[in-house]
Design a protein around this ligand. Sequence first.
Ligand code: SF4
Length: 86
Amino acid sequence: MAYTIAEPCIGTKDTACVDVCPVDCIHPRKDEAGFAEAVQLYIDPDTCIDCGACEPACPVQAIFPNDGVPEKWQTFIAGNATYFGK
Ligand code: SF4
């Protein structure tokens, strides 16, 4: 499984989650190309180790384990993977 970043991140991109992720699977980081253009941050599902550290770090409650993503935001699961070309 993995975690997914959903709609509340759009326009927020706080990046507190990036700072706590132990495997650097949340992108784009502030220092990466594409940060300004990205509408939200995304989690690479193949790299995420399901540690859960990012979920409480998010100030807008945008992060969920994939089996806990609210129905209205289910499309974000595929959307996070698509960002990484998956
Ligand atoms: Fe990173 Fe852990 Fe969040 Fe996965 S659950 S994105 S590994 S902080």
